[in-house]
Write a protein that binds this ligand. Structure first.
Ligand code: GUN
Length: 302
């Protein structure tokens, strides 16, 4: 999916969705029902409204049962925890995703930890983050897996490469660093307090930008031939119009890098594709655990 130097996440995500569709069909053949993904949105953050609708719609396109639960911004933490508990207990729910950010009056950690770790398709539950950091199999956050698939597509060898990750968020920076480490890259995590960011970035064979700062990474921050993955989605006003730009100055970086992801059409579509992939994987793993431990229950659930 390399179009010149541009890593086409839109085309690659279509391929991943086809792979997921096949797994969904096999799951339906085996269990007599589709995998189910339930998305919870609290409040009306405009970006979150768009993202959650896309998640529900794309799930349905690959044959997953998708449901979007929209709760008012005044929902209390107890009410949200009650909803999660209901979904945790429902045998037809395989994946639960609570869209972030949550309203200020709700404690994000308590909410994420309330989700059944086996249904945590975001990979944000402390059990899954712990498994990932000890290099064991887990449900892994979707954007980082999407970044890794794009890197695989670029053809770069990560073994011994220097990977610089800009940003230390739980959603992207930390988990993508773990995945790069697992592939034997030498990983540096940089953040807002890092000294001389441009000089550090110039040492990177792989640069992953996930800081939410429009076009922070300039052409002269990039080592010739490096691969650059842009996770940022920033809405800015330019020439009187609103446009989406990443954390990377695409036109400049494209001249220096061996491959770079565009915004939009790079990492974004990969995130949704891997959310669907995680949903089928979670469903398959959960039901196979039920088979092993509670054969009778699975027969009843079919
Ligand atoms: N908000 C921004 N990115 C994400 C994500 O990957 N998952 C959830 N749940 N919320 C988000």
């Amino acid at each position: 999916m390399l179009n010149g130097k541009v890593l086409d996440g839109k085309a690659l995500s279509a391929k991943v969705r086809e792979e997921v569709k096949e797994k969904v069909n096999a799951f339906v053949g085996r269990h007599g029902r589709p995998p189910g993904l339930d998305v919870i949105l609290v409040g009306e953050n405009p970006a979150s409204v768009v993202y959650t609708r896309n998640k529900e719609r794309t799930a349905k396109e690959v044959g997953i049962r998708g449901a979007l639960h929209t709760l008012p911004g005044t929902t209390t933490e107890a009410e949200l925890l009650h909803k999660i508990d209901e979904l945790n207990r429902d045998p037809n729910v395989d994946g639960i995703l609570v869209q972030l950010p949550l309203p200020k009056h709700i404690n994000e950690e308590r909410v994420l930890d309330a989700i059944d770790a086996g249904k945590d398709v975001d990979g944000f539950h402390h059990v899954n983050t712990g498994l990932l950091s000890s290099g064991r199999s887990a449900l892994v956050p979707c954007t980082p897996i999407g970044c890794m698939r794009l890197l695989a597509e670029s053809g770069i060898s990560l073994d011994g490469a220097h990977a610089v990750v800009l940003g230390r968020s739980n959603i992207v920076g930390k988990p993508v660093a773990q995945l790069l480490l697992k592939e034997n890259a030498t990983v540096t995590i940089a953040h807002s307090r890092t000294r001389d960011l441009p000089a550090l970035c110039r040492t990177a064979d792989v640069l992953v930008a996930a800081v939410g700062r429009p076009e922070l990474v300039r052409g002269d921050w990039v080592k010739p031939g490096a691969v650059v993955i842009d996770v940022g989605i920033n809405r800015i006003e330019r020439d009187g119009k609103f446009v989406l730009v990443g954390d990377v100055a695409f036109d400049e970086v494209k001249e220096v890098a061996s491959a770079v992801t565009p915004v939009p059409g790079g990492v974004g579509p990969m995130t949704i594709a891997y959310l669907l992939s995680n949903t089928v994987d979670a469903a398959t793993a959960r039901l196979s655990r039920l088979v092993r431990h509670k054969g009778v229950f699975l027969e009843a659930a079919r």
